[in-house]
Design a protein around this ligand. Sequence first.
Ligand code: HEC
Ligand code: HEC
Ligand code: HEC
Ligand code: HEC
Ligand code: HEC
Ligand code: HEC
Ligand code: HEC
Ligand code: HEC
Length: 470
Amino acid sequence: MARHMSLNRKQVVVGTLGLVFLASLVVVAWVEGGKLRFQPKPEPIISSENEGCVACHTEKTPVIVQQWADSEHGQLGVGCIGCHQAEKTDVDAYRHEGALIATIVTPNDCARCHAQVAEEFQASHHAKAGDILNSLDNILGEVIEGVPAATNGCIQCHGSKVALLTDANGNVRKDDGGRPMFDPSTWPNSGMGRINLDGSLGSCSACHSRHTFSRAMARQPENCGKCHMGPDHPQIEIYNESKHGIAYAASSDEDMNLDAKKWVVGEDYFAAPTCATCHMSATRNLPVTHDVGDRISWTLRPKISKLLENHEERRSRMKDVCEACHSPGFTRGFYKQYDEAIHLYNDKYGGPSTTIMGMLKERGLISPDPFDDHIEWVYFELWHHEGRRARMGASMMGPDYTQWHGFYEVAKHFYFKFLPMAKELSEGDEVAMALIDSILASEEHAWLDGLSLEDRERLKAYYKERYGDE
Ligand code: HEC
Ligand code: HEC
Ligand code: HEC
Ligand code: HEC
Ligand code: HEC
Ligand code: HEC
Ligand code: HEC
Ligand code: HEC
């Protein structure tokens, strides 16, 4: 029996080689598949000063350590202290297991290694997103709705003004571990324009979630969609309904190549543009930018849209993105359609309604305070919700937002809510009435006088032919 079971040397060699070959096939298939969840990365580089942090936090917060270990930072040896180190002068610094650290890591900390990115970001509108305290929207949030509405709403997108708790003498309060205590209404917060204790603006983890800090995640449209959504700036919804969003949804991971270090549209991927492609990422001619305003020509946020400073250069940079995938003529045609939608909104609705509101205030027909007259709510939604949807839909090829969530609502509420209210408030005031009449006398509003007989007949004939209706 024993003799039959034993293998000779040749059999052992062949068998072992065979097993090695099979195992290598399995490994290749595993790595190639790429979808398996626990595809291990090489061990991270742990410098001696970080050994304690990593060892203890592997126990206390295992996911933070694992995310860091798999990240480019971990792989390259940028350790916990590399980011969390603090100066004695930092008001939020504390001794923690032998090192002086801070919990919050600001753009100034990242700037030690990413100076140019931090500089571009500081120059952008994103860095100023925390500056909303004096806005009309903030009166709505903090005063009319109530402060917790703003804490859990507004500032989770825009960014808080980070503050520490102080005692009656104005000294910073510390917890049992000797750590300065954050005012819990201001942190945790990863809003875009967070106003930090060191005076810097922003939180890089608004887009680069900790502790992976992955550029692949930042390039995905869902990343921007945390904030760019909803009734007053539905960019993610617009994108999803556009041909671009459809192409993205239909693409595979390999098509998009989101993990690649170099990510040039037309060289490293072709399937679809994401938000980052158009507003931030590299083209064959442009470098990556962290100033998201760099490629837009209009601002669509205010009551009446305006062209930005240097709008021509900004637009030519965006066209450079389009032209990786489209011809110059096609791109020009798009911009013509888009500009006309903005002019239509400005000239027919945004301009006249703003003029009428100014007049009502000036003549004392409504109070000077915001939101205490019904018409102010109607006007607010006209430009801030519906008017933006119409403009933003047109800017990013979302026809339903342009039309049914946009211009349709604008027209309905301008003609059948806003104007009747304005007329009622103006009753008995001849100057006010004359202004409204003069606005309505322009060509754009002539349809109010009724259709021509010819148009009416054509309409009837159309429905008769389609549905047999009378
Ligand atoms: C012996 C264990 C241990 C070591 C070593 C250690 N930590 Fe911690 N760390 C903790 C624990 C436990 C907490 C949670 C404390 C709490 O919230 O009460 C914590 C919390 C933190 C926090 C968050 C504090 C907050 O405000 O929520 C940071 C940041 C941090 N550690 C970084 C580090 C860094 C950097 C190092 C290396 C210098 C390090 N830790 C070393 C155990 C450790
Ligand atoms: C690339 C920079 C970077 C590195 C490296 C880094 N952190 Fe952080 N860490 C951050 C940022 C950013 C935050 C978010 C704090 C904020 O700004 O609100 C944070 C927050 C934390 C927090 C508190 C938040 C929470 O979810 O509990 C802990 C704890 C923490 N880090 C521990 C660690 C440990 C442990 C390591 C090393 C294994 C590490 N960090 C490495 C940037 C970094
Ligand atoms: C001590 C130096 C150092 C600090 C501090 C630092 N980084 Fe990095 N970071 C690096 C290096 C090195 C790389 C790899 C080279 C590169 O891509 O620039 C890197 C890469 C990155 C990447 C690309 C990662 C990827 O998946 O491709 C991002 C994003 C990033 N860092 C964000 C941050 C943010 C945000 C902060 C602050 C919270 C920060 N870094 C702090 C050194 C640092
Ligand atoms: C879901 C995230 C989110 C919430 C919640 C939110 N905002 Fe915004 N807000 C944004 C985005 C994104 C923009 C920029 C939209 C654009 O340019 O299309 C913006 C624009 C603004 C602007 C215009 C800034 C400018 O420069 O013209 C103000 C002011 C503002 N928000 C204040 C507020 C206030 C106050 C609240 C709470 C009542 C609030 N926001 C709630 C995401 C948000
Ligand atoms: C609005 C979202 C957003 C914010 C906020 C943001 N980033 Fe980025 N970041 C991106 C995107 C998208 C990329 C990938 C660009 C590309 O396609 O190569 C990126 C790439 C990077 C890279 C990789 C190097 C490069 O240029 O490609 C670094 C480093 C980086 N960011 C650091 C930071 C730092 C530091 C901050 C804060 C000062 C920050 N980012 C804030 C979206 C953001
Ligand atoms: C955490 C919330 C948040 C995220 C995530 C976010 N944004 Fe924003 N974004 C804002 C706010 C708030 C504003 C308005 C800032 C202001 O003017 O006060 C804004 C403004 C903008 C603007 C107008 C800039 C200008 O100069 O007028 C563009 C374009 C933009 N964001 C693109 C992006 C892209 C692309 C991404 C994803 C890569 C992104 N944003 C991710 C909150 C966010
Ligand atoms: C195919 C390219 C493309 C894609 C994809 C794209 N955008 Fe845009 N975006 C544009 C163009 C073009 C404009 C208008 C530029 C102008 O006015 O010249 C614009 C305008 C904007 C504005 C300015 C609104 C304002 O207040 O003035 C914001 C914010 C914005 N986009 C965010 C996003 C977000 C978030 C995504 C992804 C969900 C996205 N974009 C996807 C091309 C794109
Ligand atoms: C990565 C490639 C890519 C980039 C970059 C890109 N597009 Fe597109 N675009 C597409 C694809 C794919 C389609 C769908 C083509 C089709 O249906 O024939 C499309 C369709 C369109 C359409 C037709 C929309 C419709 O509903 O019929 C317009 C308009 C358009 N793009 C404009 C632009 C503009 C303007 C830019 C730059 C701001 C741009 N695109 C950037 C790939 C791209």
